[in-house]
Design a protein around this ligand. Structure first.
Ligand SMILES: Nc1ncnc2c1ncn2[C@@H]1O[C@H](COP(=O)(O)OP(=O)(O)OP(=O)(O)O)[C@@H](O)[C@H]1O
Ligand SMILES: [Mg+2]
Length: 428
């Protein structure tokens, strides 16, 4: 029998404690009991891609170095462009969002793009700059701003012959333009130079943020390195931050050999236990809910400090907990079980299903080594094929973002726990 009883909201302080009712079936004693579950509407956890957490914890070093970079640029000092790299779900995108927020707060010109979503870097950056430049347009616009608008118009024309920008100002007597030679490095250099000069005139700066940078083309990576190099040498009011998979530093080094000295490389990894526990407790504290210490310990251990899993297990625990004020170890155990089932059905399953049969064979051969990576030769031996004949499967898996090459001749999964998931899948 199922009893669902509606209830009026309980309002305590400014917190709306609308409670949900559910029936819990106690199989051992055969009774039904009506219990309150925590309100899912107030659930503060947010597993997903780039979903901002209600508490962004840790990452103090990266946030601090970004603030220092902005401060330095504002004082006409140079700063190294930043590269955030790490596995999927560690929090690179939410950090870039935080970088963007900080720069916006200072009224900087911010262009944020994601590579690998079907647009060239030229088009993505051109479009990303349109909005911020439009916001600066005013009758009293300074000479450098006008110049940057004219250059942006020419840059737009370089990738879109039909569309044209009109900033509502007569730019015919203004200098600038010419960012339409068709050579990416030349055009982008001109655009970013002029926009950074406009930012200086406005006494702010220009921030270029690029997510999934490992998906940029070779020419795009080379152009970016070269422009960032020039920006540093000539003290432009411009800062770059790139985010991507752990292969990004190697990919940048292959694009330009001086990359290793050009960028500040910052690994983004799992959170240490004490900080990982804060992901759970700080978010809940905002809703006046506490976690028992053994409950957080259980989740932190099961999630291995991995932010995506912390959010997933936190979300499922909250939704399963009777509450209303405290989350216990029993709740955490139920939440982890639900969370793991959800990860298997979504997070891991989606990745597995994206691989073809022969790619799945490749992944299965990798899974024998766990999450730490496998040599291409060893994989070939396990499958009973030559390394060269497996090249296409390997390349496709990298292109699909399922594996990456930490070094030459080695591949590893882009998400933790994938090896375990694969070993649980039945062989065809
Ligand atoms: N420092 C953090 N504190 C709390 N939660 C975090 C933190 N970093 C990331 N998260 C959460 O982890 C999840 C993954 O974050 P995000 O999408 O930024 O990872 P990512 O590294 O960009 O992954 P991908 O490589 O798949 O794009 C999100 O649900 C986010 O809210
Ligand atoms: Mg991301």
């Amino acid at each position: 029998m199922c009893i669902l009883a509606p209830t009026p909201p309980i309002v305590k302080g400014h917190l709306d404690l609308r409670v949900t009712y559910a029936v819990v079936y106690y199989s051992t004693i055969g009774l039904h009991r009506l219990v309150q579950l925590m309100d899912p509407v107030l659930n503060p956890y947010s597993p997903g891609a780039g979903r901002p957490p209600s508490a962004l914890v840790g990452r103090d070093m990266q946030r601090q170095s970004w603030q220092v970079a902005l401060d330095r640029i504002e004082r006409d000092r140079t700063t190294q462009p930043i590269v955030l790299y790490g596995l999927r779900g560690v929090g690179k995108t939410v950090l870039l969002s935080e970088f963007s927020r900080c720069a916006n707060e200072r009224s900087w010109i911010v262009a944020r793009v994601e590579a690998g979503v079907g647009k060239s870097l030229r088009e993505a950056l051109g479009e990303a700059l349109h909005g911020p430049l439009t916001d600066l347009v005013r009758p009293s616009a300074g000479k450098r701003l006008l110049r940057s608008l004219k250059t942006a118009v020419s840059f737009k024309a370089s990738y879109d012959i039909i569309g044209t920008w009109n900033f509502g100002l007569d730019l015919s007597d203004v200098g600038g333009g010419g960012a339409d030679t068709g050579l990416l490095e030349t055009d982008l250099l001109k655009l970013l130079h002029d926009v950074a000069a406009a930012a200086a005139e406005e006494d702010t700066g220009l921030a270029i943020l690029i997510d999934e940078a490992q998906d940029l083309g070779d020419d795009e990576l080379a152009a970016l390195c070269s422009i960032a190099h020039t920006a540093g040498q000539d003290s432009w009011r411009c800062v770059f931050a790139l985010a991507g998979l752990p292969s990004l530093p190697r990919i940048l080094a292959e694009a330009k050999s001086y990359s290793e000295r050009l960028f500040s490389f910052q690994p983004i990894e799992h959170l240490e236990d004490r900080v990982a526990a804060l992901v759970l407790t700080e978010s809940a504290a905002n809703e006046n809910v506490t976690w028992d210490p053994d409950a957080t310990e259980h989740i932190v251990r099961e999630a291995a400090g991995y932010p995506y899993f912390l959010q997933q297990f936190g979300q499922d625990t909250w939704n399963e907990a009777p509450g209303p004020r405290a989350i216990t170890l029993t709740d955490a155990r139920v939440g982890v079980a639900r969370g793991q089932a959800a990860l298997d059905a979504g997070f891991f399953r989606v990745r597995w299903d994206r691989a073809t049969r022969s790619e799945q064979r490749y992944l299965r051969a990798m899974a024998a080594d766990g999450d730490q990576g496998s040599g291409s030769g060893e994989i070939a031996t396990r499958i009973g094929r030559k390394v060269t004949s497996l090249g296409p499967a390997r390349a496709n898996l990298i292109a699909k973002g399922l594996v990456y090459a930490p070094e030459h001749g080695v591949v590893a999964f882009t998400v933790p726990g994938m090896a375990d998931f694969i070993t649980r899948q039945p062989e065809h």
